[in-house]
Design a protein. Structure first.
Length: 385
């Protein structure tokens, strides 16, 4: 074998051997780091005597930290857009870099440049995943509104909102039944499941990404019960017994009522604000819920009956139902009352004035008769003529 071939083979062996330890041209194979949003991630290294370190981030290799141990230089930087402000910590002994309270904008490629007599590099690829929400299992309310739904099966939905890079799955025991995945987009996911009402198996809904998971176990007895009968419409009536009580003249009392209901809630609303409610579970009973408003009230009130899958609403018509109690005078406003009172006073004063005038006239006539003895004879002669 010629000398040139020996040199060539030796060079190839050297490259292959050297690549296995630190990579071609002094770049060590990249490390992959994964983290959950809010955690801290440490990029490990070990500084040697006479070495300087430069930590860089992203494809543009923005300088974010510098170590010159022998010169006592340990600096961290915020980055060009400030994304690393108050988040970087250098280890003075090793030169390792820690990113605190990591966020998705801190994911990407980190490059460490090691400078001594030669220059070498390390790379770290960091992936950041959002904290997973807990999956929510609900009854599929459309099942009870569909005439084609099976009476022996219960339809369920497992849902999560605002997720990315996750998989949502249904399990029966440890066996995977179905799954759905999403990659980059932050969206909402729902996965259906149908079970029998009397099913005794263990079901669970699992949300997972490459580093964590959240699980919700299905309680069939709580969610899966036969579809209820259609809800009755709440009836609003005037609470008439208050008319015989000492209730305020300014208030009007109502009752919202339903009969033969179970697993429902009866509520009074003022606009969109809940005022009061009452619930019943398994027993089939009648419910009534009182409400008191002013006669001239202009707000909108409604009585709502609901269960987990439907509701019925009745709106209160105050003008129609809120009339004054029988036997109570509630005919007029303040101004009209004052006018009527003033008229009554004037009539009274006029009556008194007439009576006083009549009395004085009679007294004056009587006095003249007493002072003129022949007044009567004169009156008789005048009458005869």
């Amino acid at each position: 074998m010629s000398q040139s071939k020996k040199i060539f083979y030796a060079f190839v062996w050297f490259c292959l051997h050297f690549e296995g330890r630190i990579g071609v041209f002094g770049v060590e194979p990249g490390q992959i780091k994964t983290a959950t949003e809010g955690d801290s991630v440490t990029l490990q290294t070990e500084i040697r005597r006479g070495e300087d370190l430069l930590w860089m981030f992203g494809p543009r290799e923005v300088l974010i930290a510098q170590v010159r141990k022998e010169a006592g230089v340990f600096n961290v930087y915020d980055g060009a857009d400030g994304r690393f402000r108050d988040r970087l910590v250098l280890n003075y002994d090793t030169g390792s870099l820690t990113v605190k309270n990591i966020r998705p904008e801190h994911a990407g490629l980190y490059k460490l440049e090691i400078i001594s007599n030669t220059v070498s590099h390390k790379t770290f690829t960091v992936s950041v995943y959002a904290r997973l929400p807990i999956p929510v299992i609900t009854r599929d309310s459309s099942q009870c509104s569909s005439s084609s739904s099976s009476s022996s099966y219960c339809s369920l939905l497992c849902s999560v909102v605002n997720v990315s890079h996750v998989t949502l799955s249904w399990y029966k025991g440890n066996s995977l039944l179905s799954s759905i995945s999403v990659s980059d987009l932050s969206i909402s996911l729902s996965l259906p499941l149908e079970v029998e009402y009397q099913d005794k198996n263990n079901y669970s809904c699992v949300l997972n990404n490459p580093i964590s998971n959240q699980t919700t176990h299905l309680d069939i007895s709580e969610l899966c019960w036969p579809c209820p009968a259609p809800l009755p419409i709440p009836v609003i009536t005037r609470d008439s017994p208050t008319c015989s009580s000492s209730a305020s003249h300014q208030n009007c009392s109502f009752l919202c009522s339903v009969v033969n209901v179970s697993r429902v809630t009866l509520s009074w609303y003022k606009g969109n604000s809940l005022l009061s409610n009452i619930s019943v579970s398994d027993l089939s009973i009648s419910l009534s819920l009182p409400l008191e408003v002013e006669y001239q009230e202009k707000n909108t009130y409604s009585c709502v009956l609901n269960n987990p899958i439907s509701n019925q609403t009745t709106h209160l018509n105050i003008d129609q139902l809120c009339q004054p109690c029988p036997g109570r005078v509630h005919c007029c406003g303040f101004t009209e009352t004052v006018v009527r009172l003033a008229g009554s006073v004037l009539v009274g004063l006029a009556t008194v004035a007439v009576l006083v005038y009549d009395i004085r006239s009679r007294r004056s006539y009587q006095k003249r008769r007493e002072q003129t003895p022949h007044a009567d004879e004169y009156d008789d002669v005048a009458a005869g003529h």
